[in-house]
Write a protein that binds this ligand. Structure first.
Ligand code: PEP
Ligand code: MG
Length: 868
């Protein structure tokens, strides 16, 4: 039988999988000799056993933890349930990956009537005893018995009102005793400490499957099977009076990444008071003034921990009557800017190497360099200021609850979630909000930590706000009022709140960011290209590091206002001559557009895809537009209607599109090719180095490729002959149908590159229409029929298998083919990892995704664990 219970001196930081992150770090700190209140950890496999047995604790578990408990009692000098010398415990969850605020915690476990009586004899502090007791009842009721905490809050508020008390600190021992009596009326909880412990352990295991934990796991791709450990730790108390306190600290500034010790604390408060944001905490410098010896110990400890872990740490500490205790250390959540700065600084400091630095950065971190900030030059009338908890600028309509946020944001309306404070129950609203604004809470409150993690702009501790949820109204200290659905702007980098929509600048880079990206380029094998058609998008992509265009969707160029009518007239032509007339006109547009693109992409390859969509997509979709078009192109409305009727398809995604258009309308393809090559020649004449690659979409077999290649080569020869210049070019195909992948061996001799169009390939592998999948994929995800939306994250089992087959078979027939991907998956880090593994040469993604892809490609090559 595997050992299920580990004392804090029996594990280490390498035991994350077994003991959870929190448990492993408590063990590590214990073995480093830091002042950690003693305790034990129940392992994560025990959580799995619990679920497998139908939510029952294993038979011998109690015996095992009772033995551990005896040793904890000895070491801490007290007894669990001993009224003369009671030891109280915290029971916390701790999964192998951090899930802040997602799981349940019970504090002061072991408290009951007898102990509340006895504790003051030990502590000389009856107020503390009853305060702890009431906290315990409320937590136990909430977490174990499922009783809504608001009832307790309401009782406390009405007691305070009736007795003229405002703050918790106004409450005396007899007040808390009275509250305990009131609370005991509300719930029936076990007085026996051993029963409390068993029920608490069960509740922690059960909390692994609460809706909020499930949402968090889904958002962060945390596997359900890993389970949580349970940490049972002797309590120390920060609410013991004015020589006590609790705090949280970061070894570096989690917002900017500056190498400065950063933290907050509250005197005479329990740890949860700091985190919950019930009182706005003091900066850590205040601790230095008030308790210099404790501060020194804390400062030395944080340095030791950061050096030991070689990463920025997030610490929790408690001071009980002047004695310092460490309660937790973990790798600290940070903003994107901070993540990059810390990673680069730590390389300079010699703490980590460049490869490790790359592994410390997530796609969300990278994105924060790419997202808007409030324009520093814009006029700003600040109506209130709070703490700059998570940077960036956000504008949206004011909503006051998570549900309201989801409702209003459903049609794409940007929202700002305004709350007194946030709790894990608000996650779904925070996820859809552009910005989060809270009245209470510090830089480490739930709102701040979660928003930073999500990269959402947030301001916390904005105590100038008075929020009236019932009226849907906020009044600032200066009397400015704003209401539900009014538009406000937050500057999460300064903490300023403004009315209206204040202009924002495009996201800016930093030297550290560029350094990190240069390391990414050094360590990656996959090239990164962008999907772009316009010169502006291509220029942006190039600026962000794209090494070519992986997909230029030429049809996008024909949707522009000044050419759509020509395109339509061409489609509606009554005969070949008429069609050729329009095609000749389209040629000039196509050539000019392509030339501009080749100029921007000087020296780099540009993959141009031949026309892909069903032709009827270009035609007007309503009668009014149809009538207007008839006037403009000199055709009768009836004839247009009739053509549109003929072109309409039952299933256009699988209809007359892709290279099928080239087979039926070779003249369109020839025009496109002549224009592309003429444009490249003109660009070359102007001193540029163009590398056109012509790509045939949606093929099913080599006969299509052969026929179309003939047309393409005719066009190329004509263009080159006219100018008497030869330029390099390639002809390749998109791999978008399962048949093309399975027949890749036969396609190979006919192409120089294959680019996987995984949007269509996914659609055809699954038989899920790309346009209709939104209707049922949420249900599929919820019912766990699929783990991830296959249009977002590449399905490695089926689609990936087709890709692997295509690569292997085509390589067996012809060497030197280049392989790429240009579906949406080309910008998804997990998919990029897969593309690296199966040996693609490049990925192609949207321009703003390019830096994410560069880093993901490097991470794929460097290997190791990605940051959470
Ligand atoms: C694809 O199918 O993956 C692709 C890139 O082409 P499109 O999205 O234009 O169909
Ligand atoms: Mg496609």
């Amino acid at each position: 039988m595997a050992k299920r219970v580990y004392l804090f001196n029996e594990g280490s930081k390498d035991d994350r999988d077994l003991l959870g992150g929190k448990g492993a770090n408590l063990c590590e700190m214990t073995s480093m000799g830091l002042p950690v209140p003693y305790g034990f950890v129940i392992t994560t496999p025990t959580c799995r056993e619990f679920f497998e047995a139908g939510n029952k604790l294993p038979r011998h578990l109690q015996t095992e933890y009772n033995v551990a408990m005896k040793l904890v009692e000895e070491k801490m000098g007290g007894g669990f349930g001993d009224p003369e010398n009671p030891l109280l415990f915290s029971v916390r969850s701790g999964a192998p990956v951090s899930m802040p605020g997602m799981m349940n915690t019970i504090l002061n476990l072991g408290m009951n009537d007898v102990i509340a009586e006895g504790l003051p004899r030990k502590t000389n502090n009856p107020r503390f005893a009853y305060d702890s007791y009431r906290r315990f009842i409320q937590m136990f009721a909430d977490v174990v018995l499922g009783v809504d905490g608001h009832q307790f809050e309401a009782e406390l508020d009405s007691y305070k009102q009736a007795h003229g008390k405002t703050l918790d600190t106004d409450m005396e021992a007899e007040d808390w005793k009275a509250i305990v009596d009131i609370y005991k009326e509300l719930v029936n909880f076990p007085q026996e400490p051993a029963v409390q412990l068993r029920q608490a352990i069960e509740a922690v295991f059960l909390s692994w499957n609460t809706p909020r934990a499930i949402v968090y796991r889904e958002m962060h791709n945390i596997p359900e099977t890993i389970g949580t450990a349970v940490c049972v730790q002797a309590m120390v108390f920060g609410n013991f009076g004015d020589t006590s306190g609790s705090g949280v600290a970061f070894t570096r500034n989690p917002s900017t990444g500056e190498n400065e010790f950063f933290g907050e604390f509250l005197v005479n408060a329990a740890g949860e008071d700091v985190v919950a944001g019930i009182r706005t905490p003091e900066p850590i410098s205040k601790l230095e003034q008030e308790m210099p010896a404790v501060y020194k110990e804390l400062f030395e400890t944080q340095q030791r921990l950061e050096n030991h872990y070689s990463d920025m740490q997030d610490l929790e500490f408690t001071i009980q009557e002047g004695k310092f205790y460490m309660l937790q250390t973990r790798s600290g959540k940070r903003t994107g800017r901070a993540a990059v700065k810390i990673a680069v600084d730590m390389v300079t400091e010699g703490q980590i190497d460049e490869k490790e630095a790359l592994m410390r950065v997530t796609p969300e971190h990278v994105e924060s360099f790419l997202h808007p900030m409030v324009d520093p030059n814009a006029k700003r009338d600040v109506i209130a200021s709070g703490l700059p908890a998570s940077p960036g600028g956000a504008t949206g309509k004011v909503v006051f609850s998570a549900d309201e946020a989801v409702e209003v944001a459903a049609d794409g309306t940007p929202v700002v979630l305004v709350r007194r404070e946030t709790t894990p129950e608000d996650i779904h609203g925070m996820k859809v909000a552009q910005g989060i604004l809270t009245e209470l809470g510090g830089m480490t409150s739930h709102a701040a930590v979660v928003a930073r993690g999500m990269g959402v702009c947030a301001i916390t501790g904005c105590d100038a706000l008075s929020i009236d949820y019932a009226k849907g109204m906020v009044t600032t200290a200066d009397g400015v009022v704003f209401n539900r659905l009014d538009t406000i702007t937050l500057d999460g980098s300064t903490g300023d709140v403004m009315l209206g929509d204040i202009p924002k600048t495009e996201a800016s880079s930093s030297d550290d960011f560029q350094t990190l990206l240069s390391w990414a380029d050094k360590y990656r094998r996959l090239k990164v290209r962008a999907n772009a058609e316009t010169p502006a998008d291509a220029a942006k992509a190039r600026e962000l590091g794209a090494e070519g265009i992986g997909l230029c969707r030429t049809e996008h160029m024909f949707f522009e206002a000044d050419r759509i009518d020509l395109m339509r007239a061409m489609i509606l032509s009554d005969n070949k001559d008429e069609r050729q007339g329009y095609i000749d006109q389209l040629y000039h547009f196509q050539k000019a557009d392509m030339k501009a693109l080749f100029e921007v992409m000087h020296d780099l390859p540009v993959t141009v895809r031949l026309l892909d969509p069903p032709l009827h997509e270009f035609l007007p979709h309503n009668e009014e537009d149809l009538q207007a078009l008839a006037g403009r192109i000199n055709k009768s409305a009836d004839s247009i209607r009739e053509s549109a009727r003929q072109l309409a398809e039952v299933n256009p995604m699988l209809g007359f599109r892709g290279c099928r258009l080239s087979i039926l309308y070779p003249e369109i393809t020839q025009m496109q090719v002549e224009a592309i090559i003429a444009a490249a020649i003109e660009a070359a004449e102007d001193g540029h180095n163009p590398y056109p690659e012509i790509m045939i979409p949606l093929v099913i077999n080599v006969r299509e490729i052969r026929l179309i290649t003939e047309i393409i080569e005719r066009g190329i020869l004509k263009a080159m002959h006219e100018k008497q210049i030869s330029i390099p070019y390639k002809i390749g195909t998109m791999m978008e149908t399962p048949r093309a992948c399975l027949g890749a061996k036969r396609l190979a001799p006919a192409v120089e590159f294959m680019s996987f169009g995984t949007n269509d390939l996914t659609q055809m592998t699954y038989g899920f229409s790309r346009d209709d999948v939104g209707k049922f994929i949420p249900a599929y995800l919820e019912k766990k029929i699929v783990d991830k939306d296959p249009f977002v994250s590449l399905d490695q089992r089926a689609v990936g298998r087709l890709m692997k087959t295509a690569i292997k078979d085509s390589k067996s027939r012809k060497k030197g083919i280049k392989y790429g991907i240009c579906g949406e998956h080309g910008g998804d880090p997990v998919s990029i990892q897969f593309c690296h593994e199966i040996g693609l040469d490049y990925v192609s993604c949207s321009p703003f995704r390019v830096p994410v892809a560069r880093i993901a490609a490097a991470q794929a090559n460097v290997g190791g664990d990605l940051p959470e």
